[in-house]
Design a protein around this ligand. Structure first.
Ligand code: FES
Length: 105
C-alpha cells in the first residue's frame, strides 16, 4: 500500500492510541495486538483529541475522554451519545514491522 510510515509497531503500546500528523491531518493510531487502526484525532462532538481516550480492545472502540462517546475504530461511527456524527477513519497496516497510514485526499 502507499502511505506514510509513522513508526514501528513495537513503538506503539498495545491497547492504546498515539497521535501522529499524517499529510497535515491529526490521526490517532491505535494498536490492538498485531493490528493497527487509524482514526481522525478529533471528536465530532467538540474539539477534543481522541488519542487521549481509552481504547476498548474487545469492541474495537476508542472513547472520548470528555463526554464518553465511543467511536468505532473500524467505521468511525459513534456507538454512544452524545456524539452523533462519525469521525473519519483511514487505512492502516503493518508492513515489515512498520506502521503505515494512508490518509485519503
Ligand atoms: S467532546 Fe467527545 S463526546 Fe463530547
Amino acid at each position: 500500500m502507499s502511505g506514510t510510515v509513522v513508526c514501528r509497531l513495537d513503538e506503539l503500546v498495545d491497547g492504546a492510541a498515539r497521535r501522529f500528523e499524517v499529510d497535515g491531518r491529526a490521526v490517532a493510531v491505535v494498536r490492538i495486538g498485531g493490528a493497527v487502526y487509524a482514526i481522525g484525532d478529533r471528536c465530532s462532538h467538540a474539539d477534543v483529541p481522541l488519542s487521549t481516550g481509552e481504547v476498548h480492545c474487545d469492541t474495537l472502540e476508542i472513547e472520548c475522554e470528555r463526554h464518553g462517546s465511543a467511536f468505532s475504530l473500524v467505521t468511525g461511527a459513534p456507538n454512544t451519545l452524545p456524539a452523533t456524527q462519525p469521525v473519519p477513519v483511514f487505512t492502516a497496516a503493518v508492513v515489515g514491522g512498520d506502521v503505515v497510514v494512508e490518509v485519503a485526499p
